[in-house]
Design a protein around this ligand. Structure first.
Ligand code: ZN
Length: 257
């Protein structure tokens, strides 16, 4: 099983990262993908992936952490990509968030630049959305972005899911489906093809049902798996095999070397 989205570089894991990883491996997690958020995070991610052969990384500027002048961050990203020891699997976590205090026009400008960086590097992207599906789809189209990627922590209707799938995107399945009230999203994940899904936790955020207010960690991905298995009436081992194959297909075929 692969946790395709966990922020293990965050400070909250600094003191007990080894036990967090051990608990996850014990629960059956075979790979971890840490998406990027800020330049200082990229350094920590690079160190973690050097120490642990089962940790993959992506680099990018997350919309939560943008500020007034993002030119230096974008410049740092290009520099980091040209100097890092190992190429990341993707550019991300990038995207648009309608609930943060950064003007939409600035978020769009930074997103467009990073879509361009992904195109140039031949890499897929990890997209963050919050109340922004319409605008995100518009940007992918406007930028003629065709390297695919994943919509992390997807929530939304089947129609929106299909719009992303048509553009070559996979959907990240996270803790949202462990909540009975998330009816629309649960219905979507019940019906879309299994070949379009990746499992994720978004640790330390998005705690599963029953764990609200606590730090999330990759070991809890089992709860996402069992909810998905119940919803789709499909065997857990089958879900693990197919979502892991989806991960390899998305993140290895786009590498240019
Ligand atoms: Zn994230």
């Amino acid at each position: 099983m692969i946790d395709s989205h966990c922020h293990l570089d965050f400070d909250t894991f600094r003191d007990d990262i080894d036990s967090v990883l051990a608990r996850a491996r014990q629960a059956g997690v075979r790979r971890f993908l840490i998406p990027g958020t800020t330049p200082s995070g990229w350094q920590r991610q690079a160190a973690l992936s050097q120490q642990h052969s089962d940790i993959d990384v992506a680099y990018g500027l997350h919309p939560y952490f943008l500020h007034d002048d993002n030119q230096s961050g974008l410049h740092a990203l290009s520099e980091h990509l040209s100097h890092c020891d190992a190429m990341p699997l993707a550019i991300g976590e990038i995207g648009l968030d309608a609930t943060v205090d950064i003007p939409e026009s600035e978020q769009v400008a930074v997103l467009d630049k990073q879509l361009g960086i992904a195109k140039d590097a031949g890499l897929p992207v990890i997209l963050h959305h919050r109340k922004t599906h319409h605008l995100l789809l518009e940007r992918l189209k406007a930028m003629k972005y065709e390297n695919g990627g994943v919509i992390h922590a997807f929530s939304g209707s089947q129609q929106v899911a299909e719009d992303y799938i048509e553009r070559g995107f996979l959907l990240g399945v996270g803790g949202t489906i462990t909540y009975a009230r998330a009816q629309k999203t649960r219905e979507t994940f019940k019906n879309v093809p299994l070949g379009t899904l990746l499992l994720e936790t978004d640790s330390p955020d998005m705690p599963m049902s029953g764990r609200q207010g606590k730090r999330n960690e990759p070991a809890f991905i089992r709860q996402v798996l069992s909810s998905l298995s119940e919803l789709r009436e499909e065997d857990e081992q089958h879900l693990i095999a197919v979502t892991s194959a989806n991960y390899s297909r998305l993140f290895s075929s786009k590498e240019t070397g």
